[in-house]
Design a protein around this ligand. Structure first.
Ligand code: FES
Length: 325
């Protein structure tokens, strides 16, 4: 992936918590192409891992994805920011940032005959990749609808641009308004399983959408999602032991750390990419013990077999796991 140093050319508040940053090449040249759903990895001073921010595009003109004059990001100031969103909100016009990408882990499917409207569902800051998908679908003349939900109406970013783009295809939902609150079950009941679903937002929304769609018979290949959060402790999480059978090491995984984090701290070099349980890169073979699966990569049958685990996010139900590492 290309590494770029870009200049902040403009910045605005999109909502009280979401800031829009426009990025340009210092020389004013066009930027590498991207596809809807793509993100940039932004290096944050003082943080070991880059932070990922989706690219927002409302420009339906030909070439807007192929040779963009600028990139646009939407960044939500997180309550429990580890420094990434705070840093992004502190940047001023003229500041430079280092980015890697664009990379797309959340691509749109090619058009299929008889599929019906593509259904886009965004919660909060999850609107950023979804907005670019809406733009691309509109440009391509493909039918789509967008359901966009937030805690309140003033938390919905880009509402004016989305309204201009979507017209009646846009449905805005606010949790604090019973008249518009998003009811995922009712929404799914009104759709066909031939329709592709794209959802980006909080984990609870994604889990509910996946569960609701599976229950109604949607094939997994028509359920697309991207989670913005990485592994987070769940109430009741406890420490457990992991034995690495190949190296003979035994490590303790505390309640607030992942297996991957502990392996790295111990000097191991495990493979990983997303750290959200989506990509499958960190799969390890389980030789003994019972995994507590929290990923979105393994199938239900693979999870039930107990033979594999995504070490970036999943934990153990048993006091000890033995992995083939
Ligand atoms: S790193 Fe992607 S599933 Fe673990």
């Amino acid at each position: 992936m290309p590494e770029l140093e870009l200049t902040i050319s403009a910045a605005q508040a999109a909502t009280p918590l979401i800031r829009t940053l426009h990025l340009r090449a210092p020389e004013g040249t066009s930027l590498p192409a991207f596809t809807p759903g793509a993100h940039l990895q932004v290096s944050i001073p003082g943080l070991a891992d880059p932070r990922c921010y989706s690219l927002v595009n409302f420009d339906t003109a030909p070439g807007s994805f192929d040779a963009p004059a600028e990139y646009r990001l939407g960044v939500r100031l997180e309550d429990a920011s580890s420094g990434g969103s705070r840093h992004m909100h502190s940047l001023a016009v003229g500041d430079r940032i280092k980015v890697t990408g664009p990379k797309n882990d959340f691509p749109l499917h090619p058009a299929e005959a008889g599929e019906g409207d593509t259904v886009l569902i965004a919660g909060g800051i999850g609107i950023t990749p979804i907005a670019s998908m809406a733009t691309a679908l509109q440009s391509a003349g493909r039918p789509w609808v967008l359901h966009y939900s937030g805690r309140s109406r003033d938390q919905l970013a880009f509402a004016d641009e989305l309204t201009a783009l979507a017209g009646p295809a846009l449905h805005l939902h606010a949790d604090d308004d019973p008249a518009t609150r998003l009811d995922l079950g009712a929404l799914l009941d009104g759709l066909s399983t031939t329709q592709h679903l794209y959802v980006c937002g909080p984990k609870g929304m994604i889990d509910a959408l996946i569960e609701g769609a599976k229950t109604r018979g949607w094939p997994a290949c028509r359920i697309h999602f991207e989670l913005f959060a990485s592994a987070a402790p769940v109430a009741g999480d406890q420490a457990f032991e992991v034995e690495l059978r190949q190296s003979g090491q035994t490590l303790t995984i505390p309640a607030d750390k992942t297996i991957l984090e502990v392996l790295e701290a111990a000097g191991c070099d495990p493979m990983y990419d997303c750290k959200r349980g989506e990509c499958g890169v960190c799969t390890a073979t389980v030789l003994e013990g019972e995994p507590d699966h929290r990923d979105y990569f393994l199938s239900d049958a693979e999870k039930a077999s107990g033979k594999m685990i995504q070490i970036c996010i999943s934990r153990a139900k048993s006091p000890r796991l033995v992995l083939d590492l």
